[in-house]
Each structure stands twice: as C-alpha cells, then as structure tokens.
Design a protein around this ligand. Structure first.
Ligand SMILES: Nc1ncnc2c1ncn2[C@@H]1O[C@H](COP(=O)(O)OP(=O)(O)OP(=O)(O)O)[C@@H](O)[C@H]1O
Length: 625
C-alpha cells in the first residue's frame, strides 16, 4: 500500500508533537474528545436543517476503551465521520482546519458552535502513541476507511470495515522509558481523572467500561469480575444553567468542588454575556484571605474554558492585580482551543472579556458596599489592602476604578468610613480631608498633631496600613477635596489667635534661628506651632514626604535612605517656652540642652529612633541634678 507523505507544515508540527511541545501530555485526550464532540455537533447541526435526519440524543456518545493487554486506548464516537477525502484533507494537512471550514460553510444559526479553529489538536495523539489508527465512516457513505500513521514518515489510507457512522481512533500507547511513564494512559482511574478535569462539560456522554468485583450470585464468599459502563462527565455545566434554577448552595458546592477555597464564598457573580463578546462566567469573592495571599507564591487567575473545554487553569490575563482575590471561571465559545499562552495575551476577545469582568466585579462590590455593609466590611478586612495597592500601582492609573471602594477607620466613631461618607459629614468650613498616619488608632489618638484638627471638630482618617499614605498620594484629591496629613506644614486651619502668634514669632525669631542652627541637618526649621494645644513640641513636615512614609521606605530591604523634611514646632503657650526664652537670654548651655531634649522627645512621639539614646538619658539626668 502506498505511503503518503504529510505536508511540510504538518510534518514539522508532528515532530514538535512527538517531542512534546506541551508539557502536559494528558491533554491529547482532551483534544480527541473535543474532536469527537465537534463531530457529533455536526450531525446535530445538520439535523436542524435536514428533515431526513433525526437527532436522537441517546444515540450520540463518546466511548473511551483502555486495553492494558494490547496497550491500546480507543476513542470512539458516533459523530459525522470522515470520508476518504476528509481523512486525507483533515488529518494529512495541518494548516487547514476542518472545523473552521465547516463553520464557514454553515453560518452558525443557533450558536451551537464548534470548538477549534486551529488544526493541531489531532496530532497531539502522537505525544503518547507510536501508531495512530483512525477508522471512520462518514454520514451518508457506504464505505469506511482506515487512516494509519506511525508519525513523521507519512500515513496510509485504505478501505475498512465499520458498521455504524462515526469515528474510532486507536492509539498504540508508547512503551515506558526510563524517564516517561505511559502506562498511566491505560489506567482507568487516571483516565477518569483526566476526563473529569478537562472534559466534564462536554455536551455528550463520555462513557467507559469500568471494572469492578462483585459477589457471585448464589455464593457467600466468591467474587467475580464484571464490567459496568459508566458516564464520566456531568455534561451540563452550572454556568450554562439558568440563574433562576440555581440556589446559593449550588454555587457554594461549585466553589468547593473546584477547590477555589476552604471558606464560604462571600458573594457569587454569574455572568451570561451575549453582547459584543459571548461568554459565561461564575466569579466568587472569597470571605477570607488565602494564607499565601499577600505573598509571591499566590497566583491570581480564572479558569478558562473554550466552549466547555478547560484550556487553562489560571488565566492571569482575565483579572487585574487589584482584583486578584476573585476566584472562578470563564467559558467562551469565541476562543480557540489550542491558543497558546503567548497568543492569549494578545487575543482581542480575551481582552474584551477581561474588561467586561472587571466592571462586573466593580459593580458587585459597589452594590455590596451599598446594600450589604457588614459583608462588605468582612470583604474589606481581607482584601482592602489589595485595593489600596491597586490605587498605588501603575502610578495611580486605576484610582478612578477603585477610590470609591476604599474605607478607612476614622476618629468619629472609630468605624470604617468611605471617602464619600467622610465628605458628606464635613463641616462647611472644612477645606481638606485630614488623615493621620501611625502604627495603630490608639497611637494616632495620642499624636499632638491631631489636637487642633479634632478641636475644630474635624474628622481624621486613620492610616494604619503601610500602603495607605502612598495610595492617597496617588489620589491627591477626592471630589475636589485635597488630602492633608495632620503633620503637614500648612493645615489650612486658621489659628485661633493669629495676631498674637505672628507677633510672638517675629519677636522670637532670633531664638528660633538659634535653635534651628543647633539642630542643623536634623530639621530644616524650628518654628512656633499653630497646631499644638497641650503638648510642648511636635514634628511636622514640609513637602510631599511625610515621616510615616520615611519610616516605611527606610524599612524596605533596599533601604533607599530617604528623609522627610522635618520641622520642629514649639508650643508658645506652653510653660516650656518660657524656660526656652529665659535660657536664650541667660544661659546658652542650658538652651542647647533643652533643644536637644525637645527634639528627641518629638522623635519619640513620632515613633522614630533616637540617634543617641545614651546621650538622651544623660541629658535628662543633667536637668535632674
Ligand atoms: N472524531 C472525529 N470525527 C470527525 N472528524 C474529525 C474527528 N477528529 C478529527 N476530525 C477532523 O479532522 C480535523 C482536524 O482535527 P484537529 O484536531 O487536528 O483540528 P481541529 O479540531 O479542526 O481544531 P483543534 O486544533 O482546535 O482541535 C477536524 O477539523 C475534523 O474535521
């Protein structure tokens, strides 16, 4: 019998397949089952327009048969089959995808689409088989044909015996080698698992004879082997079901079956989009944070299906980093089964889906915030930090999407508030959104810098997360209100007794200049404070960098050694100020001591390290004796 050669491209592809471009060999089964499913689709589709054909659902199925003795794996279907020409054209030539040609010939009328636009699937069989034999009888044909190939050296086609319409593919499974175990593709449990993993939602039953042992009839301790035909796939995926048929428990069950998390999902989003891009998705907002969430090990992404067939476990391109906590899956009939990761990134359909999903998640979170406050706060405690990272990342590009989802604790009731709520209760004369950064709410409450702001009756947002201040620097203003740190140089609050402060300031200019020179290199200025009420001293900052930011940045592994521009503020209404003036006139030595002490006190209040703690304690001793 004449051996025909593969076309050059096909030969190259085959070589790649044999040398396994896919790291997961198991996907060959997914490919072959998808082809079978396509072939049944084609009959179904023909029956829609051809009255002489009746599509009786029970007669259409895919059967998988593993024969360990002969090392063969058979995939049999009752699909449309292939004529001699089809075998020649579809299996001999790679670049021409049969599915694609069929699609063009028969403009899909009811969305019953056919997987596959890029014909490499079938060749994946050569990753696990030495010989592939395809016996097929096409619908409406009397003769069956057998196509056979051992790989790159070509293929043969001859007439064959086959009673029913459809295709049977027999794989002669490779022998094990030192490095590779091929036995697994003959193992019942392994095959079942592969089918469940990739092909669970194929629309037609996938059957396999499963071996079992049972008590022999009429005996009490004699067992016999038997074969039982089982259906391995569940067929109708939950995402294709009508939302109204599903209960919250169904979604929860799906969440656990898919191992999305051990917790209960806080919220599910079921999308059935049929606009510019057609897809279904089930997305979940988890209740609690996975243990590795804020670590490098955590991998974001959604499961991606092309028309019911799993093509990727974690498609990262579907989720922006700031929604990386979302779990779930997307199924689209617009995607090709064999699309590579690299190609996916540029896929227009996928980009559209990703955009669409992003806005669905956003609007669900928004409505949760509006209507289910308690739930939202639970969510926010787990993932709020990620939203804030999202605001900060990419130079603030995503702030518009995220800023109204943010919450902070505030001085009002020590509860979480949104920026909108904060603005809504701002007194009329309040110009800025005030915030204070620190380790904890308790610590912030004790900061002298907060005194004047709280005295004014203005609410302060507590920034206790490292990222808070950095994120807010990206937002800058919210609804035309600028953010202002309580430690910033100009608080935008008029001092109660302005004239007196100004007068005292000029009168005491020499004193402040002197103290500034003493603290040269440590602070840029010493000045009269407009914000202090009870406390004698505090640090404030000039410029964008605050003291908290300095602390955070300098704690980073690459220690950038940045410095905030610090100002030492002195409360002129405090008794200590009298002592300073006195010392300035009479005893400079004492003033040097007081200045050093006050500066170190201000550092301690801020939680900053003292440059020389021993000197500080010695200084205290000096004033005691
Ligand atoms: N079981 C089958 N029954 C009928 N035709 C088949 C079967 N398997 C393969 N074919 C034909 O062979 C063609 C080539 O199959 P192959 O898997 O290489 O590519 P494809 O299915 O078109 O695309 P994909 O790469 O996405 O699977 C198919 O388009 C189909 O026409």
């Amino acid at each position: 019998m004449e051996k025909k050669q593969f076309q050059a491209e096909s030969k190259r592809l085959l070589e790649m397949m044999i040398n396994s471009i896919y790291t997961q060999r198991e996907i060959f089964l997914r490919e072959l089952i998808s082809n079978s499913s396509d072939a049944i689709d084609k009959i179904y589709y023909k029956a829609l327009t051809d009255d002489s054909l009746v599509f009786d659902k029970d007669s259409y199925f895919i059967k998988v048969i593993a024969d360990k003795t002969n090392r063969t794996l058979t995939i049999r279907d009752t699909g449309i089959g292939m004529t001699k020409e089809d075998l020649e054209n579809n299996l001999g030539i790679i670049a021409k995808s049969g599915s694609l040609a069929f699609k063009k010939d028969n403009e899909a009328k009811d969305g019953h689409n056919i997987i596959g636009q890029f014909g490499v699937g079938f060749y994946s069989a050569f990753m696990v088989a030495d010989v592939v034999t395809v016996t097929s009888k096409a619908l409406g044909s009397d003769t069956a044909y057998k196509w056979e190939s051992t790989g790159t050296d070509g293929y043969t086609i001859e007439a064959a015996e086959k009673d029913s319409v459809g295709t049977e593919i027999v794989l002669q499974i490779k022998a094990n080698t030192e490095d590779d175990n091929y036995d697994e593709f003959l193992d019942e449990y392994r095959l079942k698992a592969i089918i469940k993993k990739y092909s669970d939602f194929i629309r037609y039953p996938i059957k396999m004879d499963v071996a079992g042992k049972r008590l022999k009839e009429g005996t009490e301790d004699e067992f016999e082997d038997y074969q039982d035909e089982q259906q391995l796939n569940s067929m109708v995926p939950i995402w294709r079901k009508n939302k109204s048929e599903l209960t919250p428990e169904d979604y929860e069950k799906f969440y656990h079956e898919k191992h999305y998390g051990f917790d209960k999902p806080l919220k599910h989003i079921h999308v059935s989009a049929d606009g510019a891009v057609v897809y279904q998705a089930i997305l979940f907002v988890p209740e609690s944070m996975p243990f590795d969430y804020y670590s490098k090990e955590y991998e974001k992404g959604l499961e991606l299906y092309a028309n019911g067939v799993l093509i990727m476990n974690k498609c990262a391109d579907l989720l922006p980093d700031y929604f990386s906590f979302v779990k779930g899956m997307v199924d689209s009939e617009s995607l090709s089964l064999n699309i590579s990761r690299e190609m996916l990134q540029h896929d227009r359909q996928l980009k559209l889906i990703a955009k669409n999903i992003q806005s669905k998640i956003k609007s669900q979170l928004q409505s949760m915030l509006k209507d289910e406050r308690e739930k939202y706060e639970t969510f926010y405690k787990s993932f709020g930090r990620q939203l804030k990272f999202g605001v900060y990342s990419d130079y603030g590009t995503h702030k518009d999407v995220l800023q109204d989802l943010l919450m902070f604790h505030s001085s009002n009731e020590k509860k979480l508030v949104t920026l909108d709520e904060y603005i809504a209760r701002m007194p009329e004369d309040q110009k800025y959104i005030y915030y204070a950064s620190g380790e904890s709410m308790e610590r912030i409450d004790k900061l002298p810098q907060t005194e004047i702001v709280t005295d004014k009756g203005y609410e302060i947002l507590y920034f206790t997360d490292d990222i808070d201040e950095f994120a807010i620097k990206m937002i800058m203003t919210y609804k035309e209100k600028e953010f202002k740190s309580v430690s910033s140089g100009d608080l935008g609050i008029e001092a109660d007794d302005k004239s007196e402060t100004e007068a005292d300031k000029s009168e005491n200019k020499e004193l402040f200049d002197y103290m500034t020179s003493l603290l040269s290199g440590k602070v840029s200025n010493v000045k009269a404070s407009k914000r202090l009420k009870k406390h004698p001293v505090c640090l404030s900052t000039d410029g964008d960098m605050t003291i908290e930011m300095e602390k955070i940045l300098n704690a980073m592994p690459n220690n950038p050694n940045v410095k905030a521009e610090k100002v030492l503020e002195i409360n002129m209404n405090h008794e200590v100020f009298g002592s300073l003036k006195d010392a300035f006139e009479k005893d400079k030595e004492k003033l040097n001591l007081y200045t050093a002490l006050l500066y170190n006190q201000a550092l301690l209040i801020e939680g900053l390290p003292l440059q020389d703690p021993v000197e500080f304690t010695n200084d205290i001793c000096k004033i005691m004796v």
